[in-house]
Design a protein around this ligand. Sequence first.
Ligand code: WT7
Length: 676
Amino acid sequence: MEATILGEPLPYEDRIRGVGSFKYVDVEEYFNLHRKTLEDFEGFWASIARELEWFKPFERVVEPGDHPYVYKWFSGGLINISYLALDRNVRGGRKNKVAYIWEGEPVDEGGVPREVRKLTYYDLYREVNRVAYMLRNSFGLRKGDRVAIYLPMIPELPIFMLVAARLGVIFTVVFAGFTAENLAVRINDLGATLLITADGFYRRGRIIRLKDVADRALETTPTVKSVIVVRRLGLKDVNMVEGRDYWFDELMKGVPSNVYVEPEPMESNETLYVLYTSGTTGRPKGIMHDHGGYAVLLHATMKWVFDIRDDDVYYCTADIGWVTGHSYIVFGPLIEGATIVMYEGAPDYPAPDRVWSIVERYGVTILYTTPILVRMLMRFGDGWVKRHDRSTLRLIHSVGEPINPAAWRWLYEVVGERRCPVGSTWWMTETGGILISHAPGLALAPLKPGTNGPPLPGVDADVVDEEGEPIEPGRKGFLVIKRPWPGMPAAPTGMWGDPGRYRQVYWEKIPGKGLFFTGDWAIKDADGYIWVLGRADEVLKVAGHRIGTYELESILVSHKAVAEAAVVGAPDPVKGEVPVAFVTLREGFTRTKELEEELKQWVRDKYGSIAVPTHVFFVSKLPKTRSGKIMRRLLIAILTNKPLGDITTLEDEAAVEEARKAYEELSRELKEVTYR
Ligand code: WT7
């Protein structure tokens, strides 16, 4: 079976050379350089680490931690990422350089944004110090305490992240589009004592009342003692609980403008934040990142992948609620002293040219975006792009899921007019930063539409079979990382409170080889380039967001009508993948269109609109293996009208006969769906 991305074959031979004014190298030269970095692995990473400023130099580059497969990077070193992001730039000549250009969503009649805030490095530095002073003095926050940040895309979000980092307070950011349930699970797992949220925000012309959602979460989060509420909308009727809830602006009233809060000297491996991501089973996993190793990977990738320079205007279209925003809207570009564009709202509001108007308005030079956004905007036609000046753009990358060659070509030809290299940077929440990507800032190897490119220097990535043995080029296998890397899940436990699960999920899927299992299918081509094809586990990638099928199944079975549920991902031309549910009903419930709608609404309320299944099929029985495992491949084959023979057997333990019978029965049943 030929590998594809969204049905498009992979153009292995389509080598595009020497785009833009980057240092161009051929494939062999790139891999020579790459090989050298692996030969002197520790020396190489140490030299990058020394480009940062340490309060005390590190003693070791990498060493095993206290739990299996937890490694400590740069131990002995003292550092603070908020110092690197702020103090170092303020002192180093970037005091009055713009750090953030923030644009609110609302526009006036002529389509001009109503609110634009520009914060210089000095503005940001002073504000972070003031807020840190307030948090320390009014709430007694100290190193090791935990806070949850549930804020929309407003400047206070990076400000609170930097404040927590400065104090050594461990934070978790929860995406503002998440529901009360999702917020509560994260707060409770982390044991956060303070929640920072806002009255609301604008999204696609509507008002979202965020504090109301937070209030519902707060009913089940006993550890939270205080709540700080940022006034974004100026809503008058916000519920404020006496002695628990405080308006941010009122707390800040008495804080002088020139306070200085010493950044906490953090041991390199000490925790910066915990970010939750979906897995195949159970509750979301709290991935831990540290100050030192994480800062080193971000510094390296900002240089190699983004070629960041002082006159750049860098715009990442992601939300800070996901790891992309943590690493590449907040910490990475700030460490480099970049000017960063941050936009509050929907990318197609008020019209499908919002992104391109932002590029024109601020003279964006580097664009970091996602395949879903590209596919969505492509559909509106080239006119929306072409009416805006994009001559400042010099580099474009995407992230989050595989980019199909057609979407890649649109970015390359229409948006960047063949002047900008276009890359697809592979990484995940767990890796902290980009690991597989073209490196225009270092040496630009030939591009290919849709590939992730070669592994970055110092990164040992490969494609292997179930036993962990390398497989021949062009064959599909599992993407693994063969050596630790700075920015990996951090000490002491990798996963918050659960070193055992960390070990099992990432290191024991392929036992005994010391390989980090990414959970992705990939192909390595004859040039050594990696092409990630999608998830190999029971995790969906809906519009680039990771959603565990298990999470959605649990929500469905918590509805009174549902006996059993199976959720699978069906291919979608824009979203990449969409959830589709198969459910069996309890006695006394009938299959109606209304019940289907009710179940969709149930998922929307419990998880958020990103996870709503496009269809809920009612079936009399779910196809399962003898051991009780749902045959997901079979469900997908039925949905996509593929014959059963095409199904890879790699992950199905089902006997062939058993599967064939289930396939036939279910196909027949779905053809006769009662209410359609
Ligand atoms: C999963 C990680 C990394 C920040 C955003 C997502 C998929 C990510 C690519 C890419 C193909 C990609 C993988 C990975 N993925 N980037 N350039 N090409 N697939 O972070 O939510 O932790 O998801 O996203 O499947 O495992 P995440």
